[in-house]
Design a binder for this molecule. Structure first.
Ligand code: FES
Length: 105
């Protein structure tokens, strides 16, 4: 069953930089990204060695891991740079009246 959960206000998310959120109902952290006015969300941890991508650099729609330089496409979760091979999970995001909601399976 899909859960729709309030995450934060839209204005809290800076453009072109990961924004960490930890919804109380989930018990895990996620990263929100605002690129060209569109929002995206992924799990927080790199699938290569489980480090946070929060301090990674965002190049367009690619988030680069700060530890070994692997990368993911935040739109699809696909790994785009070695040594990452496993995709990262992505989650649908919606904005309603300035509030950001995430959808979780
Ligand atoms: S931990 Fe992210 S690329 Fe190695």
């Amino acid at each position: 069953m899909t859960q729709r959960i309030f995450l934060c206000a839209d204005i809290e998310i800076p453009p072109n930089s990961p924004h960490r959120i930890c919804p109380a109902k989930r018990g895990s952290a996620y990263l929100l990204y605002k690129v060209d006015g569109a929002l995206f969300m992924t799990d927080e941890l790199c699938t290569h060695a489980q480090v946070s991508l929060l301090t990674g650099e965002l190049h367009g729609h690619q988030i680069q891991c700060p530890l070994h330089g692997g990368a993911f496409d935040i739109r699809t979760g696909m790994a785009t740079e070695f040594p990452c091979k496993q995709p990262i999970r992505t989650h649908r995001v919606e904005v309603a009246d300035g509030a950001v909601f995430g959808f979780f399976e």
